[in-house]
Design a protein around this ligand. Structure first.
Ligand SMILES: [Zn+2]
Length: 405
């Protein structure tokens, strides 16, 4: 944990600032690896650089373990994996795909591996790119915050969008092990805080320029509290964004606790608009456009919606996204089976399961069933060729971290 995080870290119960208590394990003076945080009301463990801003009997035991120097015991107490997998988390996995399919063999691992190119992510990524370009510079020095970040796919997008003098992206998630996987493979420069989205967010007011919650808000029980707290976090010139929110009138394989689209919109106090995710997805893959000017005005129809709230009217325009730099390496979308044939790659669209194929069927709209491309297109010197850019725009080729698959 970077020591400068203490400037914005706040207790979710008393709202007060926190300090590092007693003897903390550090690698550098400004980095706390293991230690104990305290505020006026409570104490929290820091394990492997991640503050855990929740309370439970296990976390109290983890604090005592840290105080007696038993870091392995503390790690076991805070790691939200079955006991047999806790040691596995520190195994020398070759890649993100290796890690998540080992730790989540039931299909959720397959979902995470395919995340960067799936139809849900394309919409959230597009909105993040459109909004961050407006609010990032106008509230400089404040953070982009990914609320319920999972393994940090969107945090990586936000990290590539922040200006060089901006503080690190903040990833907040309930799952300690997902945050560890994020820091190891997906977004190593992001700050991570383990938290409970049903409590107040553990950050100071106005410390963010953008707070975005992707594909998670439908599952959070305390929607009134979370949306109010995201607004507290964000500076008046910033933006609050809820992407991939399930409509109670829509069809969703894993719906969560849904509301009507207009009821989600009513949770936001600053000027806000509702959008149909299916329209945003189609426009992104067809023309790299994110139209935040044209709101959705009906409740019944879309299965999935997104909400953008900001006092800055420039957010609510039609944004044409520039082709981004490749920050990692260019790879074929993992939704394809790839067969190498001399200097060519044969791509065949292949879903990992019938359940996945149904939930993410919209991928068929932008990913052709079969395709053959020259192998050399994956080489760095070709990443900005006209033909390669076309495949990047339609998510057939993806910018992924180096040790992703
Ligand atoms: Zn407190």
């Amino acid at each position: 944990m970077r020591r400068e995080l203490l400037d914005v870290l706040r207790c979710p119960f008393c709202g007060g600032p926190c300090e590092v208590y007693g003897h903390a394990h550090r690698t550098l003076p400004e980095v706390v690896v293991h230690g104990v945080l305290g505020c006026a009301c409570c104490a929290y463990p820091i394990v492997d650089g991640v503050p855990i801003m929740k309370t439970s009997d296990d976390l109290s035991d983890a604090i005592r373990a840290i105080e007696r120097g038993a870091i392995d015991d503390a790690r076991a107490l805070v790691t939200d994996l079955p006991e047999r997998d806790r040691a596995t988390l520190r195994a020398p996995f070759a890649s993100f795909a290796d890690a998540v399919t080992s730790l989540l063999p039931d299909g959720e691992g397959d979902y995470y591996v395919r995340r960067f190119g799936d139809p849900t992510f394309i919409v959230a990524d597009g909105i993040a790119r459109a909004v961050a370009r407006v609010v990032g510079p106008s509230s400089a020095g404040r953070r982009f915050v990914d609320v319920c970040s999972g393994c940090g796919h969107l945090a990586r997008t936000l990290d590539t969008l922040r200006s060089h003098d901006a503080p690190p992206v903040m990833a907040l998630d309930a799952s300690f092990w997902r945050l560890q996987v994020m820091r190891r493979f997906i977004a190593p420069d992001a700050d991570a805080i383990c938290m409970d989205a049903n409590l107040a967010l553990p950050l100071a007011s106005h410390s963010a320029s953008l707070a975005i919650c992707n594909d998670a808000f439908s599952y959070v029980w305390s929607k009134r509290a979370l949306s109010a707290d995201m607004q507290r976090l964000v500076h008046p010139q910033g933006a609050v964004v809820l992407t991939h929110v399930h409509s109670m009138y829509g069809e969703n394989a894993t719906a969560g606790n849904t509301l009507a689209p207009s009821a989600y919109l009513a949770l936001l106090d600053r000027p806000a608009r509702l959008f149909d995710d299916a329209r945003l997805r189609d426009e992104r893959v067809r023309a790299q456009v994110v139209d935040l000017e044209t709101p959705l005005t009906v409740d019944v129809g879309p299965d999935v919606v997104s909400i953008v709230a900001s006092n800055d009217p420039r957010v609510f325009e039609e944004h044409v996204l520039p082709d981004p730099l490749v920050h990692g390496v260019l790879r074929v979308n993992p939704l394809y089976l790839v067969t190498a044939d001399d200097d060519r790659l044969q791509l065949e669209l292949s879903f990992p399961s019938a359940h996945y194929a149904e939930e993410f069927r919209a991928a068929r709209a932008y990913l052709p069933a079969t395709l053959t491309i020259p192998r050399r297109w994956l080489e760095r010197t070709h990443w900005n060729d006209v033909d390669v850019l076309a495949l990047r725009r339609s998510s057939i080729l993806l910018d992924v971290p180096e040790s992703y698959v």
